[in-house]
Design a protein around this ligand. Structure first.
Ligand SMILES: [Zn+2]
Length: 214
């Protein structure tokens, strides 16, 4: 887990957002290899092992199956190009979230875009944390603080969490989800094909206050 990403994470339990507190036991460069994330709000503690944050609560949910080895060291280059296009990754900066099957794109994506951190949730292929890739496991939840992520891609397994993913996006951030997923009200659809839709987060549409002129 890239240490600078910790401030963009949140406790997946249902309570108001608070920042998590990191205690590090072992670092590799800027990557936390071993340590703990603590939630000051509910006192939950989430271990970091081999660079992977474990947010799983294990309260009656189905455990996530172990990931399978990558077919090649670069993963799925075609999928990486698809992600870069859907996310419009033409400029550096920020971090993106790839959930589940989208993790196949992570290694090749590092070679396509510069200066963008990648957080893979519940990867279905074996990935190593570090050098631009951070890893976390959850019960399916999106442990990202509101307004933090540049773009998020959800696979079928994570599609029930579109609402949480939309909240985690920054303004004009992009969300990609399977065509069967419901488009959250605060997102505007940009395009869809047979597999996925891509949508962007509009400006906040809370009651507009007319400016008084005089
Ligand atoms: Zn908490």
């Amino acid at each position: 887990m890239f240490i600078e990403l910790v401030e963009s994470l949140r406790c997946p339990r249902p309570h108001e957002f608070t920042w998590l507190v990191a205690s590090t036991l072992e670092m590799a460069g800027r990557d936390i290899r071993r340590g703990l994330l603590g939630c000051p709000s509910c006192s939950a503690r989430y271990p970091i092992r081999d660079g992977v944050v474990d947010f799983q609560t294990r309260d009656g949910t189905t455990p996530i199956p172990d990931s399978t080895p990558l077919a090649s060291a670069t993963g799925d280059a075609e999928l990486a190009m698809r992600v870069a296009a859907l996310f419009d990754l033409t400029s550096p900066g920020g971090f993106i979230v790839l959930a589940g099957e989208w993790g196949h794109a992570a290694p090749a994506l590092l070679g396509v875009v510069e200066g963008v951190e990648i957080l893979v949730l519940n990867t279905t292929v074996a990935l190593t944390s570090g050098n631009g890739i951070s890893l976390a496991r959850t019960d399916g939840a999106i442990p990202i603080r509101p307004g933090a992520a540049r773009a998020i891609a959800l696979d079928e397994r994570h599609s029930p969490h579109v609402g949480a993913a939309a909240r985690a996006l920054r303004q004009y951030g992009r969300l990609v989800a399977p065509v069967g997923a419901t488009l959250p009200a605060d997102l505007e659809e940009l395009a869809r094909d047979g597999r996925d839709w891509v949508a962007t987060k509009r400006l906040e549409t809370t009651e507009a206050v007319p400016l008084r002129r005089g």
